[in-house]
Ligand binder design. Sequence first.
Ligand code: AMP
Length: 205
Amino acid sequence: MKLILLGAPGAGKGTQATKIAEKYGIPHISTGDIFRKNIKEGTPVGLKAKSYIDKGQLVPDEVTCELVKGRLAESDCANGFLLDGFPRNVFQAATLDGMTDIDAVINIDVDHEALTERITGRRVCAKCGESYHVSVKKDGKCDKCDGELIQRDDDKVETVKSRLEVYNSSTKPLIAYYEKTGKLKTVDGMQSVQDVFRDIVKALS
Ligand code: AMP
């Protein structure tokens, strides 16, 4: 199954992506995770991406599309994949159309008033990347690997505003783009993690 996960920053894409990838046995491809790994390792892609990510802007399309093209050509993607955070604008979506045929696009819909609080309260494991919210996770340690929970630099309130603006201007139009293809499945993201996941599985069946 070749899937795309759409949704604003803070909609819960990463959390659901892990569960979807596990259930359907497909690789979870998060362009944000790939960029963060490259930044950590100091690669040329990481150096290019960092200044954009720090400002809450999109990394240029040519860098991002090349990266995704290379990743989709890897053998583990032969039977499908889940794209999380790509495409993020119409140009990237059209480029993806030229690479492969997508089976379904899942859009996680969340009230926009909830997003800033969700993002600024997010803490991620420095070791494995699992994410939590400070309102329910007080001990600062990852349940999965005991790693330290930290706040992503771009989850700080200064950057969140521009990330949400970029979502509204560049990424939101993808809802209409994929609606036209008949492949869009919108689920209510204001429910519990389990209920959102149940609705995604139902939408894909
Ligand atoms: P994410 O982890 O998906 O929230 O992505 C974090 C940051 O990485 C975004 O705010 C962008 O700066 C960059 N990024 C991730 N995916 C893309 C993409 N498809 N196109 C351009 N920039 C991206």
